[in-house]
Ligand binder design. Structure first.
Ligand code: AMP
Length: 404
């Protein structure tokens, strides 16, 4: 795979796939950027190009327009909420140079040297499974430039037009951020003796294949988060109102018998009085005081929301002995203080093992690390980091490797 240093960008038009999928917050007249980490992270590549290229075209997705429409929002509402226009002021401020905005791909190319395109996912070609549809968008994007740069590690596990199809049409390279992220994760692909993976989060469907693969490579795989209840269900326990993916129970049962898989021995449960509210937005008045129970002791009306203190001790001991530690996903509903102790304790235990090589990935783990101020290197990509560690490659990286 070529990197920015290997290609000639002098006086060229360069199209850069960045990851400006930043969190937004409501502001006067719309939304503004709530956290600019990802924009700042792209600056090494952008600054390098500012010194050399004749034109820089930045493209990114923002949020999940298709999912919002599925949830019942109109296309107009979604376009209003997820337009890159919300990001433009922050991008302009950080780049410290006027940035033009291209509302549709049919518009005339703005005259500013640096241009930001509208949300890629507003075009059906970006995420399409139909290669012809993706190619159609890719042709338009490639038509704007001479060279393609991918600096969006967090999206490299997606076979999207801007990730896999544009580099079929233009000579391309990895940006500095992408290069750095891949290097940082290399040691975790075949981690060797003394390795521990800690996986949490809610969506077992996203992580089951990774758990399977990591079990074959890591000495121990410790599990937390909402996905553990599918395992408990597989073991025949009552799990009350805890998260469950019924389709995965069979596979969970198979994995649970692997002696390298470690499950919690106690969990924090609570009775949720307001089931219509989003879990992360519950107020104290919406749930009963948390209590700790064993996996066999979950009562029918209760929901499991964090790992318990004996589990924290077990996991911390294993983490303290580890030589390599890979962490992805929170141990509980960490957005609420009452259920954040497991995630915090695991963060602390990882940070305390000063001799280990370690990395954490995923927006939620990174947020928890930033909140706790733990000294743990982070990867910006959640799904991408886990898939790279699992498979040793990603569609976006492969596309650059195959680049003509
Ligand atoms: P994921 O996107 O799959 O990595 O899941 C991250 C989300 O899982 C976070 O918003 C957590 O609050 C949530 N989560 C973690 N543990 C639980 C749990 N026991 N029940 C429900 N949600 C959880």
């Amino acid at each position: 795979m070529k990197t920015l240093r290997d290609i000639d960008v002098s006086d060229k038009k360069v199209i850069v796939r960045v990851d400006f999928n930043v969190p937004l917050e409501k502001a006067e007249g719309g939304y503004k950027v709530a956290d600019d980490t990802r924009i700042v992270a792209a600056m090494e590549t952008i600054n390098f190009l500012k010194d050399k290229a004749s034109k820089i075209i930045l493209m990114s997705h923002l949020g999940k327009p298709k999912k919002e429409i599925k949830k019942g929002k109109s296309e107009e509402e979604v376009r209003k909420k997820l337009t890159m226009k919300h990001i433009l002021p922050k991008v302009t401020e950080i780049i410290a140079e006027p940035v033009g905005f291209m509302e549709t791909l049919k518009d005339e190319m703005p005259t500013e040297r640096i241009v930001l395109l509208e949300n890629l996912r507003f075009d059906k070609g970006e995420e399409s499974k139909d290669e012809n549809e993706r190619q159609e968008l890719a042709k338009q994007l490639a038509g704007f430039a001479d060279v393609y740069v991918n600096d969006a590690f967090g999206t490299c596990h997606r076979a999207h037009a801007s990730i896999v199809d544009v580099p079929k049409l233009l000579s391309g390279a990895a940006g500095f951020l992408l290069e750095k992220e891949i290097k940082a994760l290399q040691p975790f692909i075949n981690p060797g003796k003394g390795s521990v993976a800690i996986l949490g989060g809610a969506k077992i469907e996203d992580k089951l294949s990774a758990i399977k693969s990591l079990l074959s490579k890591y000495d121990k795989v410790l599990l937390g988060g909402g996905m553990i209840f599918t395992f408990f269900k597989a073991q025949g326990y009552e799990i009350g109102k805890s998260l469950l993916n019924n389709d995965m129970v069979g596979e969970a049962k198979e994995l649970a018998s692997n002696e390298n898989l470690v499950l919690p021995v106690d969990i924090v449960v609570s009775k949720i009085k307001n089931p219509d509210k989003k879990l992360s937005e519950l107020g104290k008045e919406d749930y009963s005081p948390p209590k700790m129970v064993s996996p066999e002791g979950i009562e029918p009306m209760y929901t499991g929301l964090d790992i318990g203190s004996e589990t924290i001790d077990n996991y911390s001991e294993i983490i303290a002995e580890a030589k390599k530690i890979f962490w992805n996903g929170p141990m509980g509903l960490f957005e609420l203080r009452d259920f954040s102790y497991g995630t915090k304790a695991i963060g602390e235990a990882i940070a305390d093992n000063k001799g280990a090589v370690k990395i954490a990935g995923g927006g939620d783990s990174v947020l928890a690390i930033n909140q706790g101020g733990y000294d743990i290197p982070v990867s910006t990509g959640g799904g991408a980091s886990i898939e790279l560690v699992e498979k040793g490659n990603l569609p976006g990286i492969q596309a650059l490797e195959n680049n003509p």
